[in-house]
Write a protein that binds this ligand. Structure first.
Ligand code: KG4
Ligand code: ZN
Length: 349
């Protein structure tokens, strides 16, 4: 079954054709990074406008790359929550128009759950073999741990109480005077063979003894103070970041990454205990699952606990529409389609 997926929840306009939920025939992602870079974060109104300008071309390109025609599509899946409401509305409207005009079913997909499907794309991993699972979505908007009974039956065990981990990476990059989005730049500098991840002892947040929540703002502030000193009266910082050498930036990035990754692994270990070690697998997704250090540490954790690890290919970690089409296929098979009244919604289901 050929499904067209559409994604527009934040700052990526994406479309993809996926066969039977797994085989990715095309995946087109038009990122808006250049539009938002000057603002140091995503500006919702600019995001909506850019989606509206790009959506038609992106969908056409996905059909062309897949080597098919609109008439070959058998359903339209769309990320309809959570996200920026104006941005979501562009994708949802496009999906409804296509569903109505082609006479094929429409299915709404939760973006965060779709991140957990991303690791199944282009694989033949059997669904029955991986559930129950411990799920983790780490992205620019989420740091959330889930207990998963199936791809659509998931329960939140814990989430961030302040910054999402990707947001903390982006702010760390800003503190160090690097570009936006910051995650890939911090990762690249930290991965330099000469970097020392113990150069600075940055805090690993634990919260309460049994807490499965995350907090990354303390880590971000500790990095800020390390770079600019502790602010004096009136909140004035004694230093700016212009004196940082490349070597120092590398070490700070590596130390930041070590602390971020340790916090994530710690909470996954706690969650496994809380679930009575019932999970058969660890399913990871979201933009930050592209991080080399986090991928390495989570792989070690999965091995030590004899858990199957479901980790996306690099291109399916960040926002994309293939994961939407993939989970859309599964949703159609197990739950069924939505009607044309499908609503865009800013929060998770
Ligand atoms: O999943 P995603 O594309 O969007 C959301 O749903 O939020 O994630 C984007 C986030 C950004 O914060 C970006 O800095 C981060 O993923 N990211 C990374 C890496 N690649 C992307 N963070 C750390 N290391 C990376 N290699
Ligand atoms: Zn995302």
């Amino acid at each position: 079954m050929l499904i067209l997926g559409i994604e527009s929840s934040c700052d990526e306009t994406a479309a993809s054709v996926v066969e039977d939920g797994r085989h990715v025939r095309s995946s087109v992602v038009a990122s808006q990074h250049e539009i938002h870079e000057a603002f140091g974060g995503v500006v919702p109104e600019l995001a909506s406008r850019a989606h509206a300008e790009r959506i038609t071309g992106v969908v056409q390109q996905a059909i062309k790359d897949a080597g098919c025609e609109f008439s070959d599509l058998e359903a339209i899946a769309v990320g309809h929550r959570p996200g920026l409401i104006g941005a979501l509305l562009v994708g949802v409207s496009a999906a409804k128009s296509l569903s109505w005009s082609l006479g094929v079913p429409l299915v709404g997909v939760d973006h965060v759950r779709a991140h957990l499907w991303a690791g199944l794309l282009n694989t033949d991993v059997g669904i029955d073999g991986i559930f129950p699972a411990l799920g983790l979505v780490i992205s620019g908007g989420h740091s959330t741990i889930f207990e998963c009974d199936s791809p659509t039956e998931i329960r939140k065990l814990g989430g961030t109480i302040d910054d999402a981990v990707g947001e903390a990476y982006d702010k760390a990059a800003a503190i160090l005077g690097l570009g936006h989005p910051g995650g890939p730049v911090v990762d690249k500098l930290a991965s330099d063979g000469a970097s020392d991840d113990r150069a600075v002892d940055l805090p690993v947040s634990r919260l309460g003894r049994e807490s499965l929540d995350f907090s990354f703002s303390g880590l971000k502030t500790a990095l800020l103070y390390e770079v600019r000193g502790v602010p004096g009266p009136g909140g004035v910082f004694p230093k700016d970041n212009t004196e940082l050498t490349v070597g120092r930036k590398r070490d700070l990035c590596a130390s930041f990454q070590r602390a971020a990754s340790r916090a994530i692994v710690l909470k996954l270990e706690r969650a496994l205990d809380a679930m009575g070690n019932k999970p058969k697998s660890l399913i990871i997704g979201g933009g930050v699952s592209a991080n080399s250090r986090i991928r390495r540490d989570i792989t070690e954790l999965a091995q030590s606990k004899s858990l199957q690890l479901v980790l996306p290919e690099m291109r399916f970690c960040v926002d994309n529409a293939a994961m939407i089409a993939g989970l859309g296929y599964h949703t159609l098979q197990t739950i069924g389609p939505d009607d044309l009244l499908l609503r865009a919604a800013p929060g998770m289901s």
